[in-house]
Structure formats: C-alpha cells, structure tokens
Design a protein around this ligand. Sequence first.
Ligand SMILES: [Zn+2]
Length: 338
Amino acid sequence: MKGIKIPVFLIMAAFALSCSTPVYDTVVTVNGEVRADKLGATLAHEHVLVDFIGAEQADPVRHNRDSAFAIILPHIEKVRDHGIKTFVDCTPRFLGRDPLLLKMLADATEMHFITNTGFYGAGNNKYIPEHVLNMPADAIAAFWIAEFKQGIDGTGIRPGFIKIAVEGETLSDFHKTLVKAAALAHKATGLPIMSHTGKAALAEEQIEILESEGVKAEAFIWTHAHLEKDMTKHVEIAKRGAWVSLDGFRGKPEETAELTEMVLNMKINNCAVKLLLSQDAGWYDPEIPDGSNYEEHTLIFDYLIPELNAAGITDADLNRFLNKNPGKAFTVKTRLKE
Ligand SMILES: [Zn+2]
C-alpha cells in the first residue's frame, strides 16, 4: 500500500509554527485577556464601590454610574500616577459589583481592571439572596461558571476570579457549600478563588475542602490574612501553596508597624513568593454620593512602602509582591491535585 506523501516543506512549516507559537498564561480583565506577565504593578484587593444595602436591593445596582465614575476617576488616576497598571476590584455581586463602571475606568485610565464572580457570605449572609441559602454547591457553581463563559449580565465582561467570603470560628454549613461551589467552579473555569477570611483556622478549613474536591491550595488567595496575628500561620499556609494577602491598611502608625513585621516575616521565611500586598481601600458608597468617605488607594505608597524599605524590603521584593506574584495568583488555569 502506498503511503501518502507529505511535502517536506509542509512538515517543516508545521514544526516551525508549533515552536514559534508560545502559549502564555493569561489573566481575564474587563477588557479581555491579558498576558499574566504583562499585568504590571497590581493592587490585588481594592474596591471602587461598595453598596451595603443588602442583597435584595443591591442587584441590579442602584447607584448612578456616571456620577460614581466622576467621583472615582481622580482617585484611580492618582494610583496610576504611582505606577499601578492593574486594579483588582473585589466587590462581589449583591454588594454593588458594576463591571460597566470598571470598564469605563479602565478605558479612561488605560489600566487593567479585574472583576469577579462569586457570593459574599460574611456579614451574616446579608449579601446573599434568600433563595441561594438553600442551594446545593453545584447549582451555585453553575451561576459562576455561566458568568465566566457568557459574561456578566449581558455585558460580555467576564470575571477574572471567584470571590467568596466566610466568617465565624468554624465554617457554617452554607459557607462550606460556598467553598465547595468555588472548588467546582475552579475546576470548570480555572478561575482563582479569593476568600474574605480572617483567622488562619478558617483558611485551613477552606483549603481542606478545596483539596478534598481535588483543587490545590495554589488556587486559593487567603485575603485579609493580616487579621491573623500569629505570623507562623502565614508561613504555614504559604508553604502549603496558598497565596497570603496582607491587604487592610489605612495608614495608621500601628498598622504600618504590624504590616512591616508581617511582610518581613514572610521574606525571612522564604515565603515572599506567596505574598500579595494591597490596602482594601476606595469604597464609594451610593448612600454618600459626594464620595467624601472615599479612601485613597495610595496609602501603602505614602505610609507603608517607605517603612518597608527602611526595614530592608528591597525594590526587587516590592516588584515581586506587586507585580510578579499577582500575575501568577490571578492566572486563569486549573490547579488540580494529581
Ligand atoms: Zn475588600
């Protein structure tokens, strides 16, 4: 039987193409995919707007988008002037999440904005609609997976991570369901999971649920880890593979001292590769339409970073916390146990 002859130049062309088409890790922003290594300096936990009215009244959003934009824009320009290229907006649905507002800000500043899917269980489930409280994990995950695949509310804007929030001494049954839903949604989408978590015990409980669902700790961002004062826990959880996000800062001297100690502790214990740094500021509130309560996203530059430098944190370290690490943490890819 005669074999089919393939011209040599075609084989060579196919080979050259396969070698010259690199596959990059990507992050999903409100304006589409961006190479993870091109995100630039990133604030990993901020909010342009939060509406505390409660789930039943906050969706669809009730603020005037144009007025909010006018108030928020100068604050974003200010952070851009500090060299920040990417802003991770952690306001979930039912708390004022507004992807179109983020897109307006991204277009006006030429920065990247990342929004999220997920539900926020902290605050006594005030930000969870009643009917969601009895849903099984797969039904909840289905909402989030649909937002990733089809975009949010017909905007075509896709989420770049899953945001959940838990609280208490141990996880309630519903909060366990949220974590399980996050695991299922991660497996279907590759979206990283950021969880509003205080103490280490809750972070550990969540990581155990993720691992039991076959998801590695690498997919988990322990946000508000600074609320855990036992710094050995930051190291333990980082060594397990999770991201440790130190991200609550209002510029007070005691916060500066404490965060400096926490950052140094991570560096000394070889966990700098797992550290994220941000300040959880902003918070335009539809109840305060003049924006007089808005907290600047530049507090870490004004107060914390000079102190970190004085304590021996180098520019290379800062580049890691603000640039390399967020690119890796927010890369959209599944992190599954073998
Ligand atoms: Zn926050």
